[in-house]
Design a protein around this ligand. Structure first.
Ligand SMILES: C[S@@+](CC[C@H](N)C(=O)[O-])C[C@H]1O[C@@H](n2cnc3c(N)ncnc32)[C@H](O)[C@@H]1O
Length: 509
């Protein structure tokens, strides 16, 4: 490869992959070329033009190449927060909404070697759905599907912090673990290329779903494919159904009327229940009560505050101070409490917030929600609550709150999170850096910066940010709660950061 240009033939191979599987041009061409060369060697083919011709009709060859260009990495109960949220919030809500007799339909889109759908099935069984559940699992790689069908694993698939939950369903033989048929029988495996318009449909088995896991695959797609996949994911969900995407996957709410639900660990999506009026693309009428706040929008404890930086270096306020609000808190005043405020809105306040949102009056919505509170914890919690209703209004409120509390790292962090959700990457980076300037030891800030840099194809810098997050988490006892990542334990978060860093370091060669 000369000067970052692929030799003739290799470019055409990547173009074919983009056309057929929706994969974006790889950020590291050298690694992609090496991958193609390995796949060619396995196919006993030295001539790239002949290989290209074979690729166009030989599905097995194409699948084999895909395994070089995407990472099939997965493990049992990966990103355990998703499974915890499914258990704590989503399943009880579905039971309540759909009734005891409902057959729960879940889908693991891009299931790789099966650890994800089998984890979902094990969880559903543990939660009492065994008689009324169906888990569909699909992937574009037939090699991966064969592994899933075989359901024979090694310790590598049990490396996650919550993988022990799978052990009761595994029978060890030497260094292998065989999945119990009790779990396996609930999962229907099949080939499906997410980039094609073949779904949702009864034939694909992908339709009327209650829960979708589409994780760690959208990162590979180009924009047009992401848009199409987002629309089809939305169409595949039943009203009130939920979609989980991976922590580094691109945001989807701009492409389909999916309602982003901001939680303490990140964002998931919900297809608004019919008539709820929630979501971006539909009017906000009629007014509905918020979902129970503690489950989805807990107010985080503020981290211990550091002395304010020198005045000259203080990050500039985002906007002018809003008129008419209560006086600003003195710097550092609120941050030493370490107490937790549960944020609740009265029904009247909630209705007023929703009415203001319906009019597009974000300032009023922010004021009514309490985002201009003199107490930084209250402001932070209000922004989080608003994020569940309308992320754009939440962003506005966050910027207003940052003016009032310019030294609160948590607000900058949340601002970065919301900007990332809007794919406003340079601004998200700026806010994340401001949060870290105020609070250099903020592990979640480094993690978020890693996500933002990664999305901007700055792999080396992103890897450094992830390593920083990992280092900070490792300094804490593994079971300690990480500041501003309510519920997240230091050990698990360190592993997440390490995995992200490793992936990028591998890509960088
Ligand atoms: C990193 S794995 C994700 C596994 C699992 N979802 C998880 O998060 O642990 C990515 C998977 O996406 C699959 N994939 C890539 N392109 C795809 C496409 N166009 N349609 C369906 N699956 C695809 C790959 O074959 C691979 O198994």
């Amino acid at each position: 490869m000369i000067g970052g240009v692929l030799p003739r033939g290799f470019k055409e191979v990547l173009a074919l992959v983009e056309e057929r599987a929706g994969l974006a041009a790889p950020s590291c061409l050298a690694a992609a070329m090496e991958g193609i060369q390995r796949a060619m060697a396995r196919a006993n083919q030295e001539d790239v033009d002949a290989y290209l011709r074979e690729l166009s009709y030989d599905n097995a060859l194409f699948d084999d190449l895909l395994t070089e260009l995407t990472i099939g990495e997965t493990y049992f109960f990966r990103t355990h927060e998703h499974f915890d949220h499914l258990r704590r919030v989503v399943l009880p809500e579905l039971r309540e909404r759909r009734g005891q007799e409902h057959l729960l339909r879940a889908w693991s889109a891009a299931c790789s070697s099966g650890e994800e759908p089998y984890s979902i099935a094990a969880l559903l069984m543990a939660e009492g759905w065994e008689e009324r559940m169906s888990v569909r699992a699909t992937d574009v790689s037939r090699t991966a599907l064969q592994r899933a069908q075989q359901a024979r694993y090694t310790d590598w698939s049990l490396r996650g912090p919550s993988a022990d939950r799978m052990r009761p369903h595994l029978k060890q033989e030497g260094r292998f673990y065989w999945l119990s048929p009790d779990v396996k029988r609930h999962v229907q495996l099949g080939y499906l290329n997410l980039a094609l318009e073949t779904w949702p449909s009864a034939e694909s088995g992908v339709w009327q779903l209650d829960v979708i896991f589409c994780r760690n695959v959208l990162i590979y797609f180009n924009r047009a494919t992401i848009e199409g996949v987002a629309r089809r994911l939305h169409a595949s969900l039943e009203d009130g159904g939920y979609l989980f995407t991976g922590p580094s996957d691109p945001p989807l709410a701009d492409y389909a009327p999916l309602e982003p639900v901001l939680t303490e660990w990140g964002v998931l999506y919900r297809k608004p229940p019919a008539g709820s009026g929630a979501g971006h693309f539909v009017p906000l009428q009629p007014l509905q009560p918020l979902p129970p706040l503690p489950a989805t929008v807990p107010a985080p404890p503020l981290p211990g505050f550091r002395p304010p930086p020198p005045v000259a270096s203080t990050p500039a306020p985002v906007r002018g101070t809003p008129a008419g609000g209560p006086p600003a808190a003195r710097p550092g005043e609120s941050s030493t409490s370490g107490t937790r405020t549960r944020f609740t809105l009265s029904v009247e306040a909630l209705e007023a917030v929703r009415a203001a949102l319906a009019r597009g009056d974000w300032r009023e919505a922010a004021r009514r929600a309490g985002a201009q509170s003199a107490d930084p914890e209250g402001a932070l919690a209000a922004v989080r609550a608003l994020a569940n209703l309308d992320p754009r209004a939440a962003l506005y409120a966050c910027e207003e709150a940052s003016v009032r509390h310019p030294l609160v790292a948590g607000l900058r962090y949340l601002e970065a999170l919301l900007l990332l959700g809007r794919a406003r990457l340079p601004e998200a980076e700026r806010s994340a850096r401001q949060a870290l300037y105020l609070e250099p030891g903020l592990a979640v800030g480094h993690l978020l910066l890693g996500h933002v840099l990664r999305r901007q194809d700055q792999a080396a810098a992103a890897a450094r940010a992830y390593r920083e997050a990992e280092g900070l988490c490792r300094k804490l006892p593994p079971e300690a709660l990480v500041p501003l990542a309510e519920g997240e334990r230091a050990g698990a978060l360190a592993d997440v950061a390490r995995d992200e860093a490793r992936r990028l370091e591998r890509m960088e060669g």
